[in-house]
Design a protein around this ligand. Structure first.
Ligand code: B1M
Length: 214
């Protein structure tokens, strides 16, 4: 196994084990050695969260372990952030983003925010557990070209449709593009609820929205 592969594996397994003190120096070292931040993210951190999810499903780990891994991932993403948002780019538009009401998962949504900033979007992040009324209020206040909804839970998917309906009822839907993402949703679901587009990953969201903003 190459040095790079060994380091990525140590980042992945250390994140699964929730060991910030082991993972964070490795992330810094890998960056200094020229490992692309996108590779660290995908093959180290996201791969770790996938394994944590599988262990949770099998009953091999519980909420406290999931939280520890999530904490390591968030700290590692903070280190990667300036590298993911490197070159300054001209502003291309504004987006309001948030995770749906009832859903506390925010790592994917945070990554979407970082990647969008990286391609020049001004990002208004409402955080997680966001009620439809708060989206309406923020869209009314910030008048963005885009609004982005994230969810990781099947139970909170219907909140996306309810939020679109609330934006419509407030007269804010015209000229506003709705993008949705998160593990349980799909392009088909986006069509079903009247969203304008779906993005499978944070990178795809950044690419798609940058094109749409032109
Ligand atoms: Co929970 N959790 N969790 N969890 N958790 C999942 C999502 C789950 C799949 C685990 C499993 O069973 N395999 C499962 C959901 C099952 C389902 O609904 N079908 C689950 C469950 C059940 C739960 C609880 C209900 C557990 C319980 O209490 N019994 C509970 C719910 C709490 C709540 O929200 N009300 C819960 C709690 C938690 C923690 C708090 C412990 C923690 C979250 C910490 C945090 O986010 N601050 C947690 C974690 C860490 C996970 C897993 C392990 C990892 C999630 C993650 O961060 N992934 C997760 C399993 C998994 O996903 N494999 C799991 C990495 C992240 C980068 O990926 O968020 O998918 P993701 O984002 C991707 C894409 O989806 C996309 O881009 C990102 C990167 O490219 N994307 C978008 C996301 N949003 C987008 C928006 C866009 C475009 C793209 O446009 C706007």
């Amino acid at each position: 196994m190459s040095m790079r592969a060994k380091r990525l594996e140590a980042i992945r397994s250390g994140t699964v084990a929730g060991q910030a003190e082991a993972v964070l120096p490795l992330v810094r070292e890998a960056l200094a050695d020229g490992v692309p931040p996108g590779v660290l993210l995908q093959e180290g951190l996201i791969a770790a969260m996938d394994e944590v999810g599988q262990r949770f499903e099998r009953g091999d780990c519980y909420i406290p372990e999931m939280l520890l891994s999530a904490k390591v991932m968030r700290a590692a993403v903070e280190i990667l952030k300036p590298h993911l948002i490197s070159a300054r780019v001209d502003p291309v538009g504004r987006i309001v983003i948030g995770t749906m009401e009832g859903d506390l998962h925010d790592i994917g949504k945070n990554l979407v925010g970082i990647m969008l900033q990286g391609v020049g979007f001004e990002v208004v992040d409402l955080g997680s557990n966001v009620k439809p009324a708060r989206f309406v209020e923020a869209v009314d206040k910030h008048r963005p070209g885009f609004v982005g909804f994230s969810t990781l839970l099947t139970t909170t998917m219907p909140g996306m449709g309810r939020t679109i309906a609330a934006l419509d009822a407030a007269g804010l839907r015209a000229g506003l593009r709705v993008v949705i993402g998160g593990a349980p949703v799909s392009a088909g679901f986006a069509r079903e609820i009247g969203a304008d587009c779906y993005a499978a990953t944070a990178t795809e969201a950044a690419q798609t929205l940058r094109e749409l903003a032109k």
